[in-house]
Design a protein around this ligand. Structure first.
Ligand code: NDP
Length: 328
């Protein structure tokens, strides 16, 4: 028997969560069973916990889009009992049962080995948010961005994706600017940000297709008018990694920044991202993410505490990263 957080939908469509005792026979199909050590809270987990976005097809459901842990048994050629593994994405925690559980079963093709020297805890402090930030930075680099190209803007900077992006970019030597709703918070300067841009400054458009060139690139977890505005202020040949929609999923822009400034808008997806790219990103995280900053940006909650945090992350009230100790 093991404990899991199970959400269910009632006749009035409201979603409620409770801790349940489950058995291995309750687990979904898969060829690797894992004793989960940690999971995390991402924006998408907040949507799932709140029954938002139509992400969950079947109830009862175990949320948690990430987990780290130890292989309990395996019929997969690449994994054996005792191996330390990480799972992010592949619609685990949405379509498939997820990591808010002391035990999980998945398709072994979705796993990656825990990269040395990261611990299971640190891997979840990174989680989907951190992995996606790394994928975004790799995409900017693939498009020629270097610290000498000019300042990089990170939007939604105090969130999970934003915090990890700021820390990595500053370690890599970039000048990091941060767009945030939490302008008075010293947190962002403590993770390497040199200039704070109030969220409202990007939210309002002056209607012009091009504005003064400010940033050589951007990691954008906000979308909406913020993304539209930063495209008009991206330097010639610069690139913007579109990661999230915390501020909205509509993009009203013109093609002028692409045509006259050669600006690149790069879509980043971590969920179905091919395995070779994930392995590369995890490897980069072991060298380019300052672990001492990761520690300062991470809070831990036990499985019993996670349900109430879902609303907080959707409201933009969670700072940095949150690890779920499923055995705590
Ligand atoms: P967080 O909630 O941790 O961070 C989002 C941040 O955005 C907040 O902390 C806040 O930062 C800012 N924000 C919140 N609400 C608004 C608003 N209404 N307008 C403008 N800014 C706002 O979420 P994550 O970092 O986990 O995820 C960020 C986004 O990236 C989400 O939309 C998520 O779905 C997406 N995502 C996409 C992935 C992919 O594969 N493409 C993978 C992971 C995440 P501040 O207070 O500093 O302003």
């Amino acid at each position: 028997m093991f404990k899991a957080l199970v959400i269910d939908k009632s006749d009035d469509k409201s979603v409620s969560a409770s801790i349940k005792e489950l058995d291995d026979k309750d687990l979904p199909e898969g060829n690797v069973t894992i004793d989960v050590a940690y999971s995390t809270l991402n924006y998408k987990d907040g949507l799932v916990l709140g029954g938002l976005g139509g992400l969950v097809r079947n109830y009862p459901h175990v949320p948690g889009i990430d987990f780290s842990g130890t292989v309990a048994n395996s019929d997969h050629a690449e994994y054996k009992t005792g191996d330390k593994v990480i799972l992010t994405g592949w619609r685990v925690g949405e379509v498939h049962w997820g990591g808010y559980s002391q035990r999980a079963r998945v398709n072994g093709d979705w796993l990656v080995p825990l990269p040395s020297p990261l611990t299971e805890y640190q891997a979840m402090a990174v989680g989907t948010a951190g992995l996606t930030a790394m994928l975004g930075i790799m995409a900017l680099e693939d498009h020629g961005l270097t610290p000498s190209s000019g300042p990089i803007l990170v939007t939604g900077a105090s969130g999970g994706v934003g915090s990890v992006a700021c820390s990595i970019l500053s370690k890599l030597g970039f000048e990091v600017h941060a767009s945030t709703g939490r302008v008075d918070d010293q947190y962002l300067t403590s993770i390497g940000v040199s200039e704070i841009i109030p969220r409202e400054e990007l939210a309002e458009s002056n209607g012009k297709p091009l504005n003064k060139e400010r940033w050589a690139g951007a990691i954008d977890s906000v979308g909406g008018s913020s993304l539209a505005n930063l495209l008009t202020q991206t330097k010639y040949g610069g690139s913007v990694a579109a990661i999230g929609l915390a501020g909205g999923n509509k993009l009203e822009t013109t093609v002028i920044p692409f045509l006259l400034r050669g600006v690149n808008l790069l879509g980043i997806d971590s969920v179905m991202c091919p395995k070779h790219k994930r392995l590369q990103a995890w490897q980069r995280l072991t060298t380019d993410l300052p672990l001492e900053l990761l520690e300062t940006m991470t809070e831990t909650t036990p499985l019993t505490g996670i349900a109430s945090k879902g609303t907080d992350i959707i409201k933009g009230k969670v700072r940095g990263r949150m690890v779920v100790d499923v055995n705590g």
